[in-house]
Design a binder for this molecule. Structure first.
Ligand SMILES: Cc1cc2nc3c(=O)[nH]c(=O)nc-3n(C[C@H](O)[C@H](O)[C@H](O)COP(=O)(O)OP(=O)(O)OC[C@H]3O[C@@H](n4cnc5c(N)ncnc54)[C@H](O)[C@@H]3O)c2cc1C
Ligand SMILES: *[C@@H]1O[C@H](CO)[C@@H](O)[C@H](O)[C@H]1NC(C)=O
Ligand SMILES: *[C@@H]1O[C@H](CO)[C@@H](O)[C@H](O)[C@H]1NC(C)=O
Length: 260
């Protein structure tokens, strides 16, 4: 039987609600006051190299906390915001993302995920509840496969880095996304993403062919294992409503050869 549009939007709503409930209910269910010491001990306890981990975690006691937060506050009106993260985590791999997720839930923190920081409302780096900011700044690799006309791009890369890397490898391929090179692929493709090539090739999200995605329980899913509805929702519905985009797999499009 063919699903009616209404039933699919209802199931999306249920999906959205169930995710945000599990996401937000943590602190109220546990009834704990989040403390950054507890969060950090939890991360250390769950890591096999405390030395390397300590370089990736910032609290307001670290001199580099403020600069690390400010560097991608793209909407300057939030620079004076008091709603800063309690802890900033800058993972270099997926294991630390999963650990941060686990420890944030355990100790009553919400999570915010920052890619390029272009969110107009500062949703990736401010909140009026205690939160841990997972900043993907160290996870920004772009891996282009010219023969297959695809690219895997990690959640912390900018569209500018994506464009640059594609053009280093080919002068007849490109990717249809936004204009501002500093926009992050994490938020951009999660929200749709339009640009100059839109009329011919559609939105950035239309050209996402696969994903590495971490759900709220730390499971890593792809297009197939997450199912059609979630794959549809994270490409336009705001991926952070559902989990964390570790990387997108993109279909590159053919463009006329550069003549200069
Ligand atoms: C100067 C400027 C120019 C722009 N130009 C364009 C344009 O040409 N075309 C266009 O379509 N849009 C444009 N935008 C809008 C932009 O695409 C959106 O604001 C987009 O959400 C920004 O993504 P980001 O990763 O930089 O932002 P962020 O602030 O890092 O993230 C935005 C949202 O996505 C979430 N998020 C980020 N990374 C992830 C992840 N890995 N997994 C899950 N959720 C994640 C965040 O939590 C937040 O809710 C522009 C915005 C600005 C400020
Ligand atoms: C732990 O990390 C530090 C700093 O990154 C590194 O020098 C050291 O060799 C690592 N130790 C182990 C046991 O991997
Ligand atoms: C922050 O300060 C703590 C305590 O002094 C230290 O162990 C840690 O390495 C610092 N973090 C960074 C990223 O410098």
């Amino acid at each position: 039987m063919k699903k009616s549009p209404l039933s699919s939007s209802v199931s999306l709503l249920v999906l959205t609600l169930s995710f945000s409930v599990s996401w937000a209910a943590v602190s109220s269910v546990l009834g704990v006051t989040p403390r950054s010491e507890d969060f950090i001990s939890c991360v250390q306890y769950n890591s096999n190299n405390v030395t390397s981990i300590s370089k990736l975690i910032f609290t307001p006691a670290n001199a580099s906390f403020l600069p690390s937060w400010q560097v991608a506050v793209q909407n300057l009106r939030f620079l004076k915001s008091t709603h800063k993260p309690s802890v900033i985590v800058t993972p270099v791999d997926e294991t630390l993302i999963r650990t941060a997720l686990f420890c944030a839930k355990k100790h009553g923190y919400e999570i915010r995920i920052r890619s390029g920081g272009h969110d107009a409302e500062g949703l990736s780096y401010t909140a009026d509840v205690p939160f841990v900011m997972i900043d993907l700044t160290n996870m920004r690799s772009v891996d282009v496969n010219v023969a297959k006309r695809t690219a895997w791009v990690q959640g912390g890369a900018t569209v500018g880095e994506l464009y640059y890397t594609i053009t280093q490898k080919s002068n007849t391929l490109f990717f249809p996304a936004g204009l501002c090179p500093g926009v992050g692929v994490g938020g951009h493709m999660g929200g749709g993403g339009y640009g100059n090539l839109m009329r011919k090739h559609g939105l950035a999200a239309d050209n996402v062919v696969n994903v590495r995605f971490m759900d709220v329980n730390g499971n890593i899913l792809n297009k197939k294992s997450m199912g059609k509805d979630l794959f549809w929702a994270i490409r336009g519905g705001g991926a952070s409503s559902f989990g964390i985009v570790l990387a997108w797999k993109l279909r590159l499009v053919r463009v006329p050869k550069k003549s200069f």
